[in-house]
Ligand binder design. Structure first.
Ligand code: NIG
Ligand code: FE
Length: 424
């Protein structure tokens, strides 16, 4: 069965754009009065609505007429999040705005370890409920694929519980979740020797993650309060030997992480607030995607990663929310991308590519991020005549329609559990 959606005032396909370096706005493909033909989960054709309607086989199409001005674009891809957690860190936030630093709070036993205590104490069911609620919110704001990290368990059992929660929600919620094992978020209090902890993860946890197909990606946080460059290099190489794709929390407060990311040819290096020209060159030469996290800068009251310099230096820049209970509690990807773009002087094309096509590349997902034949029908529509309104309204213009794998989901229905069965 084919379904013809349209006519859309504009379809912003995000197709045929360079994967790295600057993008000018006139490189954007904007189709006017366009329709999208969908079969099952995928896009079959995109083009002039009237032409699609005049096709000889159109009598067999199910028509989904769009009666008001609408701009359609690919669903957003959030390439870095920590949305599987229990408890709040509002207390940390109050301390930070009163002047304490993130690293000071971490060193005094708060920070990530506070979320670890609360997440360990939560049942699998409680974690899935919380994750489901966050997925509902993300989907209603246009995010149709979201990477989710473990990393608040830090024991074999608690990390498996987190990854199991992510798997269960991925299977029951329309949003696609891409799990990443971040057992190397920091050394838990049970271990005094960080190397011994990483060896335990490599020997006892990662083989189970692999066997139970809980994640194909492994991440590590490189920082004074977490793991050193040398530890991370060994750990990531061992994870690669086990068959995992790797990614790195790099250069958030101090440099060093991107050097490791480049050495192991990580899929992405994420954060990069402290990166400079040297790090940009390393990442470009190694083909590592730079995933910048404006939500962490906003949550910590710190400078943004130098996204403009990264693009001018030839990097593929993805923009992700980093939604987590500590550094980035807001979790509004569109708002964050719009604000980053305004501050860093990014073109509309660069900002939107950062949360669509380039984010898909960060996660190595070639089946999404643009609207073109053969791609997943993951699409969002905004009630406007002009795609420029989407960033101009800095996150206040929310999607009016969300299509996930060809099924329509109305944002109004998101308070109730969604299923994959909703028909277009
Ligand atoms: O990406 N920097 C390390 N990890 C997270 C924060 C986690 C937390 O504070 O709970 C981040 O910002
Ligand atoms: Fe993070």
């Amino acid at each position: 069965m084919h379904t013809l959606l349209g006519p859309f005032t504009q379809v912003l396909t995000m197709a045929n754009l360079p994967l790295a370096g600057p993008i000018a706005d006139d490189q954007l493909e904007v189709l006017e009065n366009a329709g999208v033909l969908v079969q099952g989960e995928k896009i079959v054709q995109i083009g002039n609505y009237q032409d699609l309607l005049n096709a000889p086989e159109s009598s067999t199409y199910v028509l989904h007429k769009i009666e008001e001005p609408m701009v359609l674009m690919p669903g957003f891809i959030d390439a870095h999040s920590h949305i599987c957690f229990a408890g709040s860190r509002a207390g940390d936030y109050a301390l930070r705005v009163a002047g304490k630093s993130y690293l000071e709070i971490a060193r005094s036993g708060g920070g990530i370890l506070d979320s670890v205590r609360k997440t360990r104490a939560a049942s699998l069911e409680e974690l899935t409920t919380l994750l489901n609620q966050r997925c509902d919110r993300h989907l209603s704001e246009g995010v149709t694929t979201c990477e989710v990290k473990s990393g608040y368990g830090l024991t074999v059992e608690a990390e498996l519980k987190m990854l199991e929660a992510i798997k269960q929600v991925d299977q029951s919620h329309p949003l696609d979740l891409i799990p990443t094992c971040l057992a190397a978020h920091m050394c838990p209090p049970e271990f005094t020797d960080t190397k011994e902890y990483l060896n335990t993860v490599l020997e006892q946890l990662l083989p189970q993650v692999k066997e139970r197909q809980l994640a194909q990606r492994v991440d590590i946080f490189i920082e004074d309060t977490a793991f050193s460059e040398a530890e991370a290099l060994d750990y990531l190489q061992s994870a690669q030997t086990l068959g995992f794709e790797v990614t790195v929390h790099a250069d958030q407060f101090s440099t060093g992480g991107s050097k490791v990311a480049a050495a192991v040819h990580a899929a992405s290096a994420d954060h990069l607030e402290a990166s400079g020209p040297e790090e940009i060159t390393l990442l470009r030469e190694a083909g590592v995607v730079a995933t910048v996290l404006p939500g962490a800068s906003l949550g910590l009251g710190m400078a943004f990663a130098p996204a403009r310099q990264m693009l001018d230096g030839g990097l593929c820049v993805a923009i992700a929310s980093d939604w987590n209970p500590g550094s980035a509690p807001m979790g509004d990807l569109l708002l964050q991308a719009a604000v980053l773009g305004a501050s860093q002087k990014l073109t509309t094309a660069e900002t939107l590519a950062g949360i669509t096509s380039r984010a898909a590349h960060a996660l190595r997902l070639p089946d999404r991020g643009t609207l073109s034949p053969g791609m997943l029908a993951d699409m969002i529509a905004f009630s406007t005549h002009n795609y420029q309104e989407i960033l101009y309204q800095q996150g206040k213009l929310k999607p009016a329609r969300i299509y996930k794998r060809g099924k329509v989901l109305s944002p109004g229905s998101l308070k109730t559990p969604l299923t994959r069965q909703t028909n277009v």
